[in-house]
Design a protein around this ligand. Structure first.
Ligand SMILES: *[C@@H]1O[C@H](CO)[C@@H](O)[C@H](O)[C@H]1NC(C)=O
Ligand SMILES: *[C@@H]1O[C@H](CO)[C@@H](O)[C@H](O)[C@H]1NC(C)=O
Ligand SMILES: *[C@@H]1O[C@H](CO)[C@@H](O)[C@H](O)[C@H]1NC(C)=O
Length: 689
């Protein structure tokens, strides 16, 4: 399929406003045209935001129930986009909205995505119904008519659908503009009233020409000028830093990652390096030699650097969650608790260090490399009040929120998305090497050690094993009833893969008694991990099963290939107790360093967006051996909201994988097996916790 050519946006022509806010010579305020994104609780709001900005149109995200008249009165709003959301229009929890949104006198075009389209249809007199089976995933849609939204597109397009409800009858005055393979109405429009609706997500990478659709909406329908450029935004960020910190000092908490380093560089540019104090806290979960590398990177920036080894403090730390004191980090297994303890301890250590420096904590500002998506993801109230909390972000703990409320946090990157930070970093003079480093989570390796003190075996465990066996091999124990077998066959036929799956032989599924984090629909899941074994991996077959299994087993969200001989006598219900302790941390540091060295050798650091290496508490072959396993999780994405694993021999040579597997097994103590993560996002997240 040929992609329409995306024009280069026009060069910035800055529009000065007469009533310039605080115009101090070189600073200027640009009266950008604005697109309002109304967040109905979708985890994709930030992706819409990024896409809009990428098209050089400024955007603001507001909670769904925001009063629109005052925003529209500003005179620069050109369009409104309504995000998807986890609720049904019939749910009592459906988010409130300003009815003016659907009023003919609104005056700007509205694009409703998923929930947005359903609500539009429901309120304006069409019909929305629950369908028997969800059409989640990538599907073809067929385009009807000549909607401006689809200008330049083919008649058939690949798109990401995620929804429970469907529009079964368009509202009066609307026309259908596309249909899904299953015949569901996938898009509607009412040109006269400027209302457009899409049942799929144009904002994600998985919708191949989604960017063109958004571009059509913004430039052809809403007639935006596309004049919001990266240069404008650097000026705005510098102005924001100067206004926020006045003549105070700024403490920059630097992890060595791209965000915090760019943040430090930007602040140094805004107020000069002498007023910047760069603090690096080693929390004990850094990569091998990471702290030394940070030291080097900062020296190049000419910044004062303080390195604190706080690993012992972190291992012993606790925090309070809902009035209850947690266990010490070194024995905590729950991922959210781990994140929260680390986040809170980080801020406490930082405060202590400020005191040791003799700085008055009330006169010092804390700078953080928090990005726009971080804020949206933690449903911080500064951006949106609705989104389901997908994960507690390290940089947005309650403590940080408190500091923000007292005005003592400066987050100069809060308006930037990830790739924009890299651009900004390059403009600020940082090396390519540094700005292209793969993202590394704030809590570091702590969330790449899947902690567990007992096997996860729930009431569904045995049935799930049989269902898995039936899906993969066509055989199962007699305990699996005929009705279930029939249903599985029917679903495989529905997905047009019955013959292909039944032709597969030599693959054995293993249901593993651990949970990993995933995301399905608009919510977070905690579900089983499945391992597949096969003498010689046939990646086509393995990826096919990895796609099918989570669709049929809703309690599985991640599937991996287990390298090595097929597991002869699998360990079924036991795990190796795993906590954040020196031995587990060192196991992962070794494996991670080996993997990264080999990735570098094969020049894969930049082509693969991220390659988390994960330690998990399974010994596949021997009970009570004390061994654990290592997972290689490759991830290719532009938006970090959706993405796919690298396919061996396509995006990663199988030889490179073999080299990693052999070296990890040879050099890391007590490793049972190495596995390769076959899961897309959704249903699996990038990280396992
Ligand atoms: C951490 O706790 C252990 C006992 O659990 C203690 O021996 C050690 O001194 C503590 N370390 C710090 C830095 O508090
Ligand atoms: C979070 O904060 C740490 C310092 O606390 C910083 O190094 C890191 O880059 C920040 N992460 C993000 C995603 O902004
Ligand atoms: C892998 O499996 C596919 C589908 O079952 C098959 O067509 C292909 O020949 C297999 N490849 C190899 C190398 O065996």
């Amino acid at each position: 399929m040929s992609s329409p050519i995306i024009d280069t946006p026009p060069k910035s022509h800055e529009v000065r406003v007469e009533s310039n806010v605080a115009g101090s010579g070189e600073d200027h305020v640009v009266a950008n045209e604005i697109v309002l994104i109304l967040d109905a609780g979708s985890q994709y709001s930030k992706v819409i935001d990024r896409r809009v900005r990428e098209l050089c149109v400024a955007s603001e995200i507001h909670p769904f129930d925001t009063k629109l008249a005052p925003l529209l009165a500003r005179g620069n709003v050109r369009a409104i986009i309504i995000s998807g959301g986890p609720e049904s229009v019939y749910s009592a929890k459906a988010p409130a909205y300003d009815p003016f949104l659907f009023d003919p006198s609104l005056g700007v075009p509205v694009l409703g995505i998923c929930y947005g389209m359903q609500l539009m249809t429901h309120l304006l007199g069409g019909k929305v119904e629950k369908k028997d089976h969800r059409e989640d995933g990538v599907h073809n849609i067929h385009i009807k008519g000549n909607s401006e939204l689809f200008y330049g597109l083919e008649k058939s397009e690949r798109v990401l659908l995620t929804h429970g409800d469907s529009v079964t009858q368009v509202a009066p005055g609307f026309t259908e503009i596309c249909l899904s393979e299953g015949g569901v109405i996938a898009g509607v429009e009412n040109v006269a009233s400027g209302m457009y609706g899409l049942q799929f997500h144009p904002e994600v990478d998985l919708t191949e020409n989604g960017k063109s659709i958004l571009k059509n909406f913004l430039l052809r329908i809403a007639k935006c000028k596309a004049d919001y450029t990266l240069d404008d935004r650097e000026h705005q960020a510098i102005k924001y830093i100067r206004e926020t910190v006045g003549d105070g000092k700024v403490l920059v908490l630097v992890s060595g990652g791209v965000d915090s380093t760019v943040c430090a560089a930007l602040i140094a540019k805004a107020i000069g390096p002498e007023r910047v104090i760069a603090l690096h806290i080693d929390n004990g979960f850094m990569r091998h030699e990471e702290s030394a590398r940070v030291e080097q990177a900062l020296k190049v920036l000419g910044l004062r650097l303080i390195v604190v080894d706080a690993s012992q403090t972190f291992y012993n730390s606790t925090t309070t969650i809902k009035g209850v004191v947690t266990e010490q980090l070194k024995i905590t297994v729950h991922p959210e608790e781990k994140r929260k303890i680390i986040g809170d301890t980080f801020m406490k250590v930082a405060d202590d260090e400020v005191r040791k420096l003799g700085l008055n904590p009330n006169e010092v500002y804390l700078a953080q490399g928090t990005l726009r998506p971080d804020l949206i993801e933690s449903s911080s109230k500064t951006v949106s009040g609705v989104a389901d909390v997908i994960k507690t972000h390290h940089n947005d703990t309650e403590l940080v929120r408190l500091l923000r409320e007292t005005g003592r946090v400066v987050e100069p990157l809060r308006d930037y998305h990830k790739d924009e930070v890299r651009e900004l970093g390059k403009n600020l003079g940082l090396s390519e090497d540094l700005v292209w480093r793969q993202p590394f989570p704030g809590p570091g390796l702590a969330i790449r050690i899947l902690c567990s003190d007992k096997p996860y075996v729930d009431a569904q465990f045995d049935t799930t094993r049989e269902v898995l066996s039936y899906i993969v091999t066509g055989n199962a124990a007699d305990t699996l009833d005929q009705a279930t077998r029939g249903k599985i066959d029917a679903q495989l036929r529905d997905m047009s893969c019955y013959e292909k799956v039944r032709a597969i032989s030599g693959i054995t599924p293993l249901l593993l008694p651990v949970q990993t984090v995933g995301v399905q629909g608009d919510g977070r899941t905690y579900s089983y991990l499945v391992g597949l074994t096969q003498q010689t991996p046939n990646w086509t077959e393995l990826f096919q099963l990895a796609k099918i299994i989570p669709k049929l087993c809703h309690n599985v969200n991640r599937v991996v290939y287990v390298f090595g001989e097929p597991v002869a006598n699998p360990v079924i219900r036991s795990i190796t107790t795993t906590r954040l302790q020196p031995d587990t941390i060192s196991q992962l540091q070794i494996a991670d360093a080996i993997a990264n060295e080999i990735l570098q050798k094969y020049k894969l650091i930049r082509t693969l967006s991220q390659v988390p290496i994960i330690l998990f508490p399974i010994d596949f072959d021997t009970e009570n051996s004390g061994k654990r396993s290592i997972a290689i999780r490759t991830f290719i994405t532009n938006d970090f909201m959706t993405g796919v694993p690298a396919v061996p021999n396509q995006q990663i040579p199988e030889e490179c994988l073999r080299e990693m597997v052999d070296a990890i097994l040879a050099k890391t103590p007590n490793i049972s097996r190495v596995v390769f993560d076959l899961t897309s996002k959704p249903p699996g997240t990038t990280e396992w916790e």
